[in-house]
Design a protein around this ligand. Structure first.
Ligand code: GUN
Length: 281
């Protein structure tokens, strides 16, 4: 029987721990504050931003919300980021992506001070992760490491296969697994014989962005499968990159969709905000 890794439960535990830490910080006169910027009103982004603000309220992190109109200029957005970079009351800055097409996402990410880069997207944060220096780590892969550790799944010495090479998930995931002494392979759309490479994995991280792509033919007996995907299937139900029903009887542990990796992203964002506030102390 596969162990079902309960991301909802683990994320709740992390948020409870953070709530206690924030209460202690408050006793020492230190508050934590996250600035959340949304440009335009993409409905999915509005839901994500709403959830981030709710998590802040639960933990006791102050949140400042900036809802800017679609037609905001790049200069106006950079001006706001600069103001927030300088504001000692603000510990973390998050610009919800995607931003409108007329804006330059790269320039926006570069503009956020690495000290307040709670998303871990700034090149300095990414570079620090690569060379083992301190810095903020992208929230989804950081959350996956927590899922593994808190489920007592050992990473050291294991064959880890990451399918997907995005800057936000695949690449930082590989660096984090390497930091935990895993043996890491990164695969992508041009990988030859993807199935055979995946079948080597003790830990398979599926972040290919295709609904129910990985069936049992990609998975070794007893592997641990982490599903980063989230899609609305043709049947109207949420599903991941993994064909859960076909894989679940073959694996030793698996994350469900929903309720696996998803809830961890916000928990780790909150963790990064608390870390930013601690550094101020
Ligand atoms: N859009 C989708 N996921 C994310 C995220 O983790 N951070 C930001 N800033 N935008 C997103």
């Amino acid at each position: 029987m596969a162990y079902i890794i309960d991301g909802k439960k683990i994320s709740s535990e992390i948020k409870e721990e953070l709530k206690e830490t924030v209460a202690q910080l408050k006793e020492d006169g230190v508050s934590a504050c996250l600035a959340v910027i949304q440009v335009g009103n993409d409905p999915a982004s509005s839901v994500y931003v709403g959830n981030k603000k709710k998590a802040c309220a639960f933990i006791g992190i102050d949140s400042k919300s900036y809802e800017l109109p679609e037609e905001t200029t790049q200069e106006e957005l950079l001006g706001l980021i600069d103001e927030l970079n300088q504001d000692p009351a603000v510990d973390g800055i998050l610009v919800q992506l995607p931003i409108p097409a007329h804006m330059d996402e790269k320039e926006v990410i570069h503009a956020i001070s690495p000290a307040k880069d709670v998303d871990g997207f700034h090149p300095q944060s990414v570079g620090a992760l690569s060379i083992g220096e301190e810095g903020f780590v992208s929230c989804t892969p950081a959350g996956i490491i927590q899922l593994l550790k808190r489920s007592n799944i050992e990473i050291e010495g294991k064959e880890c296969v990451v399918v997907g090479r995005s800057n936000i998930v695949g690449k930082p995931m590989a660096m984090l697994l390497l930091r935990e002494n895993g043996t890491v392979t990164i695969c992508h759309s041009r990988t030859k014989d993807l199935r055979e490479v995946c079948k080597r994995a003790d830990i398979l991280v599926a972040a290919i962005g295709k609904p129910r792509f990985f069936d049992d033919s990609y998975v070794k007996d007893g592997a641990v499968v982490i599903d980063v995907g989230i899609h609305r299937g043709e049947d109207g139900k949420l599903c991941g990159d993994v064909d859960y029903a076909k894989v679940v009887d073959k694996v030793s542990a698996i994350t469900p969709v929903p309720g696996g990796v998803g809830p961890m992203t916000i928990a780790m964002l909150m963790n990064n905000c608390v870390e930013a506030a601690k550094r101020k102390r």
